[in-house]
Design a protein around this ligand. Structure first.
Ligand code: NAD
Length: 488
């Protein structure tokens, strides 16, 4: 099989057929490590294209909802096997399209396989409870019913895992789906949808519409036949989508940004803490919503931690994620590279001190790609822009602290509340951190960027619409509760 064909055109998938957008236009998807390479062309769809996809999903819902959960789960098991078989090809496409290293892309693809299997099993689990009625001749119980057509709007940073962790529960609970992936990662999304097609999903149950967020994404959020909209991406876009959904009474779920802190206590194992800071902050070029951004270090161990951290950062090999040995790839796009470099300039202008990185890599072989050096600042204060705004790039901000209370207060001094971690051996410190930190995911002696598919995931404050994804929590969004009263 041809694992990957550069410059191929990828079509929309609607009502079981691959079709071109009505505009006749496509969007090139570039390799951020080497922008001269066009990974593929994806469709620049119109509102009318989106309407057709929603109509197909609406028609398919009538019969899809009638299948049993086990029957729907069977199709997910088949899709999992196909994705597993195609994992190398899909991972390679991901690396070329959005830049993360091949081992990370492979890991994410296999996670997609595991998510499919997990939700395939959900088709056989309980969807309600019996509640005693005051009428002794009656049976009262709850059951869960699908919403109808669900719209999925996904970002580019986890182009396999996020579309799957939304699509799989949506489908297994009986919804039909219109997926609008990020225009930066739509080739990868098309390959994921091919796996569902090959698994034998009935026509119209899953539809893929490529295009710009301001056109297709907005139309999906506004469409009166879309009963639920699930979004992962930036806060700006999420808030717009939330407002649209609220106005028209649709159910919505938003998972957005983070400004995730790690606290290094005086008794921390510094080698492990450094490993977790580097991995959490710089892996995937810092482009994870759970990426470590603010590093609060107890003053007693500040110098020792800093020395070990800089040692580790200086050994990072930056380059094309397809190359063996490369640890950190490029930013996803030129726009993202400019944004990250802009934040670095702001950090310098506002008085932070640069300890490592700070610009594009000097290696002329990397001049064309959208690379940024792994960057570490110190003397960062809580007022600085780099301590407040989500950078979504390989930038760490070191902040010395004098007590756990101060560290937790700083950790909470953010509009975001997605993930947070602490390194300590002291049980009282762990418990205080777990109790007092405002984050949806708190981790002890582990990096901020770790998510397990069987556990609920989502943020507090501005990071989320306060709903949770993944694990069994997904049933809350993708179904409605029906209370049933039956009298003999
Ligand atoms: P983005 O908001 O720019 O785009 C996300 C999606 O929204 C894309 O598909 C885009 O086309 C679409 N979109 C853009 N404008 C739209 C509009 N007006 N109406 C409807 N849809 C629109 O985000 P991004 O740059 O792709 O992703 C990065 C962001 O995602 C970061 O902020 C990151 O923290 C966040 N993220 C959050 C999580 C989480 O689970 N909390 C996970 C991954 C990424």
């Amino acid at each position: 099989m041809c694992a990957y064909a550069a410059g191929q055109v990828y079509l929309n998938y609607m009502n079981g057929e691959w079709t071109a957008a009505s505009t006749g236009r496509t969007i090139p998807s570039l390799n951020p490590a080497n922008p001269k390479e066009i990974v593929g062309y994806v469709q620049e769809s119109s509102r009318e294209d989106l309407d057709r996809a929603v109509a197909a999903a609406k028609a398919a819902f009538r019969s899809w909802r009638k299948l049993s959960g086990a029957e729907r789960g069977d199709l997910l098991f088949k899709a999992a096997a196909i994705l597993e078989r195609r994992a190398d090809e899909v991972a390679e496409t991901m690396t070329r399209e959005m830049g993360k290293t091949l081992p990370e892309a492979k890991g994410e693809t296999l996670r997609g396989v595991a998510i499919l299997r997990y939700y395939a099993g959900e088709g056989m689990r309980k969807i309600g409870e019996v509640i005693p009625s005051t009428d002794r001749d009656a049976l009262m119980f709850t059951t869960r019913v699908p919403l109808g057509v669900v719209g999925i709007i996904s970002p580019w940073n986890f182009p396999v895992a996020i579309p799957i962790w939304k699509t799989a529960p949506a489908l297994v609970y009986g919804n039909t789906v219109v997926l609008k992936p990020s225009e930066e990662a739509s080739v990868t999304a098309a390959k994921v949808v091919e796996c569902f097609e090959e698994a034998g999903l009935p026509a119209g149950v899953l539809n893929l519409v490529g295009g710009y967020g301001s056109v297709v994404g907005q139309a999906l959020a506004e469409h009166p036949d879309v009963s639920g909209i699930t979004f992962t991406g930036s806060n700006r876009t999420g808030k717009q989508i939330g407002q649209i959904a609220l106005t028209r009474g649709a159910k919505y779920q938003l998972e957005m940004g983070g400004k995730n802190p790690i606290i290094i206590a005086a008794d921390a194992d510094l080698d492990q803490a450094v490993e977790a800071t580097v991995s959490g902050g710089l892996r995937s070029t810092g482009q994870k919503c759970t990426a470590t951004s603010r590093v609060m270090v107890m003053r007693e161990v500040y110098d020792a931690f800093k020395a070990k951290l800089l040692d580790k950062v200086s050994a990072i090999k930056v380059g094309d994620g397809m190359e063996a040995g490369v640890w950190m790839g490029p930013c996803v796009s030129e726009k993202q590279q400019k944004t990250v470099l802009g934040y670095i300039e702001k950090g310098l202008a506002e008085g932070a001190r640069l300890l490592a990185g700070g610009g594009k890599p000097a290696d002329p072989a990397l001049a064309e790609g959208y690379f940024v050096q792994p960057t570490v600042f110190e003397d960062v204060t809580k007022e600085m822009t780099i301590a407040r705004e989500e950078i979504f790039g390989p930038v760490l901000a070191l902040i010395p602290v004098d007590s756990l209370e101060e560290a937790i207060e700083l950790a909470n001094d953010s509009e975001y509340g997605l993930s947070a971690s602490i390194f300590t051996k002291d049980i009282a410190s762990m418990l205080a951190f777990i109790r007092e930190t405002d984050a949806g995911l708190v981790r002890v002696n582990a990096e901020t960027a770790g998510v397990e598919l069987q556990a609920p995931f989502g943020g507090m404050k501005q990071s989320s619409s306060h709903s949770r994804e993944q694990g069994q929590a997904a049933i809350e969004f993708f179904t409605a509760v029906k209370t049933v009263f039956v009298k003999a």
